[in-house]
Write a protein that binds this ligand. Structure first.
Ligand code: AHN
Ligand code: ZN
Length: 328
C-alpha cells in the first residue's frame, strides 16, 4: 500500500512537470505581450456630453455653434493635442452658406502609423420625425446625435494625453454632418447633402498625403440599451476593421452591445473617408430594428436630450476603443 501511494506521488510529480514544461514552451513561443489598457471613465464622458448639450443646439451659423467650437478646441488642447481648426464655407441643400469648422486634434503628430477617430459635432436644424410642424422646424439638442460621439472621444483624448499609445492618434470632430436635405420639404433629390464636413476634409486633408491605418466613426453611441450592428458601408469598405473592433468588444465583455449581425448601409461621414480619402473607416452607429428609421425612437426629434444618454453604453464603446488603440 505504501509503495502504491509512493508510485502515485511520483506519477503526479512527473505529470505536473510535463504540463509545466508545456506551458512554458507555449508561452515563450507566443510571446504574449500584455498591454495595460487604461480604464474609460464614463462619468467623465457623460459630463463632456452634458456640457455640449448645455450650449443648446449647435447648428452652423448660430452663436451656440461658435461657443461650443471654442470649448471643444480648448479641451483638445488641454489634453495635449496639437489642434488644427479647419474653417470652410459649406453650401447646404437650400443654398444656405454654412460657416463650418472641422476640429482636428493630433496626438504624437510625427508618428507614421496613425489611427483616426471621428464624430460629428454639429446638430440638426430640424426635427424631421416630429409630427407637429412647429416642433419639426426647431433645431434639436442632439445629445445622442452628435454630442455622444464627441463626448466619448474627448474622454479618449483625456486618457491618451496621460498615457501614450504606440500609434499616433488623430481625433476629428466633423462639422455640418446633419444639415442634409429633409424629406419633409419634398424637394427634388440631390446627392451628397449630408456629411459636408467630412466631404470637405477628404478633399482638403489637414496635412498633405495624410494617411491613417484605419478610422473609426462614432455616431449615436450613448443611448440606453443600444445595439451596434455591422453596418453595410463599413462592411463593404473595411470588413477587417469591423472584425477587429467587434472581436475586441466581445473579448472584453461587450457582446450585448456589439451584435454579430449585418445591417443595411448608412450614408455617414465614414463613407467619404473611405470613398474620397481612401482610408478604411467603419461606423459604430446605433441600430434599432423596432423603428422605421432603424435608428433610435428619439432620432431627429425634440427628445434627443440627456434623458436618452446612458453611461453604460458610453463605457462599452469607449472601453472598446481604448482596447483597440492601445493594442495597435
Ligand atoms: C442619413 O440619415 C442619410 N444618414 C444618417 C446620418 C446621420 C444623421 N447620422 C446622424 N444624423
Ligand atoms: Zn442626425
Amino acid at each position: 500500500m505504501k509503495y502504491q501511494i509512493y508510485l502515485l506521488f511520483i506519477a503526479i510529480i512527473i505529470s505536473s512537470c510535463t504540463s509545466d514544461n508545456n506551458n512554458t514552451k507555449t508561452e515563450t513561443k507566443k510571446e504574449v505581450k500584455t498591454v495595460d489598457v487604461p480604464s474609460f471613465n464614463s462619468d467623465s464622458a457623460y459630463n463632456f456630453v452634458a456640457k455640449q448639450v448645455s450650449y443648446g443646439p449647435r447648428v452652423p451659423n448660430s452663436n451656440e455653434h461658435i461657443e461650443c467650437a471654442k470649448y471643444l478646441t480648448a479641451k483638445l488642447k488641454e489634453f495635449g493635442a496639437e489642434v488644427i481648426e479647419q474653417d470652410f464655407i459649406a453650401t447646404a441643400f437650400d443654398g444656405t452658406k454654412l460657416k463650418s469648422k472641422n476640429i482636428i486634434g493630433q496626438f504624437q503628430p510625427d508618428r507614421q502609423r496613425r489611427v483616426l477617430l471621428t464624430a460629428h459635432w454639429d446638430t440638426r436644424p430640424f426635427a424631421d420625425n416630429e409630427t407637429d410642424n412647429e416642433l419639426r422646424n426647431k433645431p434639436i439638442l442632439g445629445a445622442n446625435d452628435g454630442a455622444s460621439g464627441v463626448g466619448v472621444l474627448l474622454e479618449v483624448a483625456r486618457i491618451i494625453g496621460q498615457k501614450n499609445t504606440s500609434v499616433g492618434v488623430d481625433i476629428i470632430f466633423f462639422d455640418s454632418e446633419d444639415y442634409g436635405q429633409p424629406e419633409f420639404k419634398k424637394l427634388d433629390y440631390q446627392e451628397d447633402t449630408w456629411c459636408l464636413g467630412s466631404q470637405y476634409w477628404a478633399k482638403n486633408l489637414h496635412k498633405p498625403n495624410y494617411y491613417a491605418q484605419f478610422g473609426i466613426l462614432l455616431d449615436m453611441v450613448g443611448a440606453k440599451n443600444a445595439f451596434f450592428s455591422k453596418e453595410g458601408t463599413s462592411m463593404y469598405y473595411a470588413p477587417g476593421i469591423v472584425e477587429k473592433v467587434w472581436n475586441t468588444a466581445s473579448k472584453i465583455g461587450y457582446s450585448d452591445y456589439f451584435l454579430f449581425q449585418k445591417t443595411n448601409a448608412v450614408t455617414d461621414d465614414h463613407l467619404y473617408v473611405n470613398q474620397i480619402a481612401g482610408i478604411q473607416c467603419i461606423d459604430i452607429i446605433q441600430h434599432d430594428p423596432t423603428t422605421n428609421s432603424k435608428f433610435g425612437a428619439y432620432w431627429h426629434t425634440q427628445s434627443d436630450n440627456m434623458d436618452v444618454i446612458d453611461k453604460n453604453t458610453l463605457k462599452a464603446v469607449g472601453q472598446t476603443l481604448l482596447e483597440v488603440i492601445y493594442n495597435e
